[in-house]
Design a protein around this ligand. Structure first.
Ligand code: HEC
Length: 193
């Protein structure tokens, strides 16, 4: 009886161990392997290539390529002087890709109420809660004023992305998607009409 038990345990161990000597590059028996079911005859995505000029399958993006969901935005201001120049340049070079539909304006308002109203106020006139409660030291700009409304769309987009020239208003490029930044611009235009 005892022998039988030992024999049983030993054979279990053997089965367990023999099923462990495979790794992910050697998975053991492969069903219909010669027929492309398991082993592709094509080069692997991250492997070497005998065909492509630099010898690898993965190719770098062509120079100047832009990801589908991103848009032209060449600005990386380092200080006040950069911001002055780039804010004006953005006004000339960036165009609002959206049309000011009711939906876009409504979403722009939603985004504005979340990200801007604390300082600029729900009416955008610069008397938001943080300012009125003396939690923010500077008077936020009246966004219905001609100072702002006379700026081109691209400059307002730039200010949302990078903050104000003086730095009193911080950048919101990380929090708000490009599309929603344009929707906020559409909304700001709509409240003065
Ligand atoms: C923390 C407070 C605060 C928040 C949040 C804020 N702003 Fe401002 N904003 C200001 C202040 C203060 C100024 C005046 C900046 C200055 O004098 O440099 C300003 C100025 C501006 C200007 C004019 C730029 C200028 O040079 O005066 C625009 C346009 C603007 N804000 C839009 C927005 C929009 C849109 C949002 C939301 C995405 C937003 N702001 C969020 C505080 C804020």
């Amino acid at each position: 009886m005892k022998n039988k038990t030992i024999f049983f345990i030993l054979s279990l161990l053997m089965v367990a161990m023999s099923s462990c000597d495979r790794d992910k590059n050697n998975t053991g028996y492969a069903y219909m392997a010669d027929h492309d079911m398991y082993f592709t005859k094509y080069d692997k995505a991250y492997g070497a290539s005998s065909v492509l000029p630099n010898g690898q399958v993965n190719q770098p993006a062509p120079e100047g390529a832009v990801a589908r969901e991103s848009a032209y935005y060449p600005f990386h201001p380092k200080g006040v002087a950069d911001r002055v120049a780039d804010q004006a340049k953005a006004g000339k070079e960036l165009t609002n890709p959206l049309t000011a539909t009711e939906e876009n304006i409504a979403e722009g308002k939603r985004q504005f109420d979340i990200f801007c109203a604390d300082c600029h106020g729900f009416d955008a006139k610069g008397n938001g809660h943080l300012f009125k409660a003396k939690l923010f030291p500077a008077k936020p700009r009246d966004l219905t004023s001609s100072y702002v409304q006379d700026m081109p769309d691209g400059s307002i987009y730039f200010i949302i992305t990078e903050g104000s020239i003086s730095g009193l208003m911080g950048p919101h490029g990380v929090q708000i998607t490009p599309e929603n930044r344009w929707k906020i611009v559409d909304y700001l235009r709509s409240i003065v009409k």
